[in-house]
Design a protein around this ligand. Sequence first.
Ligand code: SF4
Length: 432
Amino acid sequence: MGISIPDVVCPFCGCLCDDLIIHVDNGRIIKNEHGCAISKSKFLHHLDDRLEHPEIRDGDSHQTVELKTAISHCVDLLKNARRPLIYGLSSVENDAHREAYKIADLVGAIVDNTSSVCHGPTILGTQESGEAAGSLAEVKNRADLVIYWGSNPQFAHPRHISRFVKPPGEFIHDPRTDREVWVFDIRKSITATLADRFVKVEPGRDLEVLSALRALVRGHEIDVSEVGGVPIDTIRELAERMKSAKYGILFFGLGLTQSHGRHHNVDAAIRLVQDLNSYTKWNMMSMRGHYNVAGANKTLTWTTGYPFAVDFSRGFPRYQPGEYTAVDLLRRGEVDVLLNIGADPVAHFPKVAVSHIRKIPVINIDPKRNLTSLFAEVNIPTAIAGIECDGAAVRMDGLPLYLKKVMNPPEGIIPDREVLQMIYEQLEEVMQ
Ligand code: SF4
């Protein structure tokens, strides 16, 4: 007879929805209640495209090997590396991070996570100007003005609006009348079609619109007819409405962090929110993509003081985005071994970085086959955290949540943290 497991956390996007009911029957997941289409696919198809056995490259193909043989090969590669890079970590749970950082410390590697190619500018902007952070619970209970800037949650975070914006909250009795949703974007996205107001910004001119809003919020006059494609009268009206909100929240995505201006855009948004706090209550929050990219930033900060791009080669952590970020290191051809954990850089990095990946040995730790696994020297399959093993992850607002194990992994497959622990322990022995 099947079982139903309540309050399961979805390990896909930064919303970490914690209300799923997963039905398991006869060793298979047969139903995912409450999950969005992406979540249903992740749970119901978790056995598709799996790496089934550890394997080592043999010419143009891969040879299946025992786990201990694969681990020994990883240890040989890492101990002889001069400039190893450990990358990924945003789709694995926090205990796996700890083991990866121990390896980095031992062999003097660089650790970078996927935030260096997504919300890295957010972190730099925050380090520059502070963090006006809030929680998703506050948004649901208090926000009467919600802004999505350069973000399309209906595609990338399908339950963000239905869980935190559409339902009533403690002080929002009827969200249809008590809450307004605005979208700032370069095109009318599917999220914009649901919003109360859509503001079309010319591509790459977010910084100017944010700066104009800020000037008007501070009471300065601007002697132009439009900024960034938005009429100045509209910007003036928006600024007044933002000042009159009881509690406003600015959610922003890669449309802001990766357009012209990058961390300066985030810096301007933070300063706008700081200015608005002279009048009323405002917070801002980045729409984190991978389910534990916020966790990767937190655990690395807890461990080293820095959130990404950390170099251990001198025996102590050093931080330098642009110098120790994965794409920059690979582009300059510095890295001689890549330990990739739960990411697919071959699919997502620029061509020049991928060209270097193809010249060096790659140790790939991942539950599934992907483009990186095709080029890897060693592939080690692992259990999917939140489905086949437990763990902890950090939601986009910084809330840590416990990921449940709902069924056993395929035979012989163990969690990322155990694979990394085996590599660390063997490295420690041979490097004494
Ligand atoms: S919105 Fe994100 S976390 Fe929530 S169910 Fe969908 S994929 Fe999972």
